[in-house]
Write a protein that binds this ligand. Sequence first.
Ligand SMILES: *Cc1c(COP(=O)(O)O)cnc(C)c1O
Length: 490
Amino acid sequence: MEERAFKALGDMPPEEFRRVGHQLVDWIADFFAHLDDIPVLPAVRPGDIRRQLPDRPPDKGEDFAQILKDVDHIIMPGMTHWNHPTFLAYFSITGSGPGVLGELLSAAFNINAMLWKTCPSATELEQQVLDWLRQMLGLPETLWGIVYDTASVSSLHAIAAAREQLMDLQIRQKGMAGRPELPRLRLYMSEQAHSSIEKAAITLGIGLEGVRKIPVDEAFRMRPDALKQAIEADRRNGWKPFCVVATVGTTSTTSIDPVPEIAAICQQENLWLHVDAAYGGAAAIVPEMRHVLAGCEQADSLVVNPHKWLFVPIDFSAFYTRKPDVLKRAFSLVPEYLKTPEDQEVENLMDYGIQLGRRFRALKFWFVVRYFGVEGMVERIRNHLQMARTFQQWVEDHPDLELMAPVPFSTICFRAHPRGLEDEHQLEQLNQQLLERINNTRKVFLSHTRLRDRLVLRLAIGNLRTRPDHLQLTRDIIQQQLDAFRKSGA
Ligand SMILES: *Cc1c(COP(=O)(O)O)cnc(C)c1O
C-alpha cells in the first residue's frame, strides 16, 4: 500500500493525540477543581439527552474539538456526578486522580489478560496488588485473590464454587434440569442481604425458592440461632443446604452479620461460607476497624469492592477464596487455541471464571495505593468515619429527626419525625416529600431504603472530596426543608 493511503487509514496521529490528550487532561483537571460549583444532580427529563443526539452516525470524521464541545453541551447537563463531594446517595464513591490516570494507561495498553502469556505484567500485577490488599485488610495468607468487575459477579462465582464443591452431584457435567434424583439446593442469607445473591441463585439454577432468608436481630444482623434452625429444618425436609452468605456492611443499614458464629455453624454443617463485604470490608484497612472482618479468616470466600470505598474508579471488585482449586474446577475449560507452554507454571486467570477476556484493572489499583500510600488511605477512611459520627450526633440531638439504625461505618439511616407527629402514614408522606425536596435542590443527593416498613433516608460518606463543610451544607439544606414543612403546616 502506498504510504499516503496508509496514513489516511491509520489511527489518530501521535502528535494530534498529544495535543487533544493534553486538552482532555486539562478538561478533567478543571472538572475536578470545580466540582463544588456544579450541581450533583442534573435537571433533565427522560429523553432529553437522546433527543440532542443525531439519528444517524456521522459519515465523515469530525474534529476532536467539536466532540469535546458536545461533552460540555450535551453530556454534562445529563450527568449525575458520582465524583461530587455532596453525592451522598447509595454508597458514595470516588474515582481518584491516580485511579483515573491508571484507567487511561490501561486503555492505552488495551491488553487482554485471559492468559499469563497474553500479558504477564497484567496477571502478575493483579496477583501482587490483591495480596497487598489482603495484607491491608488483615486477612490470612491462605486467601487467593482475583479481580472481577463487580461484587455481583464475585458473589456469583462464590456460589458457583460452593455448588461445585458438591462433587457427587456432578452438576458441572450433567446440569440440574430433568434430574429427579437431585436434591433441591438451599442457600442462606439474611433478609438484609444484597439482591445480587438472589440474582446469582437465579443464574445458577438454584432458583429464588432455593434462597432462604434468615431473620435479623434489632440491629439488622443475621440471627445465628435462626440460621441453625433453618438448616436443621431444611435437612429434615429433604433440602440440601450448601452455602451461607454473610454480609459485612449490608446495603440498607451497613449492619454486620456475626461472622464468627455463622462460620462455626458452616463448619459444623459443612457449608460454604461466602462473605459479602463489598462496601464494609474497606473499613478494615483502618486498624481500629479491623474487627469488622472478625471470623472472615474462616470464610471460604469473600468479596471487597475497592471501587466502592477505596478510591479506585469503577469497576474493580476483589474476590478472595481459600479454595481456588474448587473455583478452577467449576470454570476451567481450555480449548486447543488457548494452550500455552507455560500452563504448568503459571495461573491463567481465564480458568477462574466465566469471562475469557479481562482488562488490566490492577494498574489503577496499583497507582492508587502507591500514590496515597497505605497510611494515606487509612487516614482518609478514618476521616469519613469521623464525619459520619458528627452527622449521626447531629441527627440524634435534633428534636425533629430520628436515627433509624446503628452506624457501624459511614452510612447514616434517619428520618424526619417531628415532635407530636406519630401517624405512620403521615410520616411516610413527610419523608417522601422531604427526600424529594432535598434532591430537587440538586445541591446534595441522598437516597432511601425501607426498614421495618418505614421509609428511611440514607446518607453515605465515602468520597475523598467530601469535607466537613459539605456535610454542614447538607445539614443546612435538610434544616431548610424541615422549616419549610413547618411553615406550610404540612
Ligand atoms: C454494592 C453492593 C453489592 C453490589 O455491588 P456491585 O459491585 O455493584 O455488583 C453487593 N453487596 C453489597 C453488600 C453491596 O453493598
